[in-house]
Design a protein around this ligand. Structure first.
Ligand SMILES: Cc1cc2nc3c(=O)[nH]c(=O)nc-3n(C[C@H](O)[C@H](O)[C@H](O)COP(=O)(O)O)c2cc1C
Length: 201
C-alpha cells in the first residue's frame, strides 16, 4: 500500500518535518511505500487565484500545479497530513493547498439540483497536528474539538473522505521530542493495520 505524507512546515529540521519522516519510517517498517510532499520545499503556491475561482465555477482548466497534486493523491491509498498548529488550526500553506486542490469536480461535485456528491470516499485520511501549548489549554478552550469540527468534519467529511486518525501531539510531562518522534513511527506502522490496533496508537 502507498501513502502520501503531506508536511507543511518551512524548516526541514523542525519537529513537524521529523515526525513526518518518522511516519514514513514506520510505514516502511510495516512494508508499505510512501512519498513525502514537503509543500514548503516544493514551493507550492497556496494563493487562491482568479483562475482558481474560474475553475471552481467550472469555467477554466485546472492549474498544472494543482493537477499534479491531485494526481499524486490519486496514486495514494492513504493521505497523511502532518502540520504544526498555527492559531489553533492549519498553517496557511496547508489551508491554501486544501483550497486549491480539493476543488469542485474533483473532491466533491455541486450538482445543478443543489445536491453535493462526495467524491473521496476511497481515500482514508490521517491527521497529525503538532502543537506547542499543553493539553490543559486545549481542553480549557475546546480548541482541539474546534479543529476536529472544522478540519475532520468540515473539510474531509464534506468530501466523503473517512478520517481514520486525528491526533494532536503536544509536549507534556511524559512527552518530549523523542516521545513525539516515537509516536510518529507508531502512527506510520499502524496506518494500514487493522482498525483495532490502529486505534491503540
Ligand atoms: C505562527 C505560529 C502560531 C502558532 N500557534 C499555535 C497555536 O495556536 N497553538 C499551539 O499549540 N501552538 C502554536 N504554535 C506553536 C507551534 O505549533 C509549534 O512551534 C510547533 O508545532 C512545534 O515545533 P516545530 O515548529 O519545530 O515543528 C504556533 C507557532 C507559530 C510559529
Amino acid at each position: 500500500m502507498h501513502s502520501l505524507i503531506v508536511v507543511s512546515h518551512p524548516l526541514p529540521e523542525s519537529l513537524t518535518a521529523a515526525v513526518a519522516r518518522q511516519i514514513g519510517a514506520g510505514l516502511a517498517q510495516a512494508g508499505h511505500s510512501f512519498e513525502i510532499a514537503d509543500l514548503a520545499a516544493e514551493g507550492f503556491d497556496p494563493r487562491f487565484s482568479a483562475n482558481d475561482v474560474a475553475v471552481h465555477l467550472r469555467q477554466a482548466q485546472v492549474d498544472p500545479m494543482v493537477a499534479a497534486e491531485q494526481a499524486r493523491i490519486g496514486r495514494a491509498d492513504a493521505l497523511v497530513l502532518v502540520y504544526p498548529v498555527y492559531w489553533w488550526s492549519f498553517p496557511a500553506l496547508l489551508k491554501g493547498w486544501i483550497d486549491r486542490v480539493f476543488i469542485n469536480g474533483w473532491a466533491y461535485e455541486e450538482m445543478p439540483d443543489g445536491r453535493v456528491v462526495r467524491k473521496l470516499g476511497h481515500l482514508p485520511i490521517h491527521l497529525v497536528a503538532i502543537g506547542g501549548a499543553d493539553l490543559r489549554t486545549y481542553a480549557r478552550h475546546g480548541y482541539f474539538g474546534a479543529m476536529r469540527t472544522q478540519i475532520d468534519h468540515g473539510i474531509f467529511g464534506y468530501c466523503g473522505a473517512p478520517v481514520r486518525r486525528s491526533e494532536l501531539l503536544v509536549p507534556g510531562e511524559a512527552r518530549g521530542a523523542a516521545e513525539m518522534l516515537e509516536a510518529g513511527a507508531r502512527i506510520g506502522r499502524a496506518i494500514f493495520a487493522p482498525p483495532t490496533s490502529a486505534q491503540a496508537v
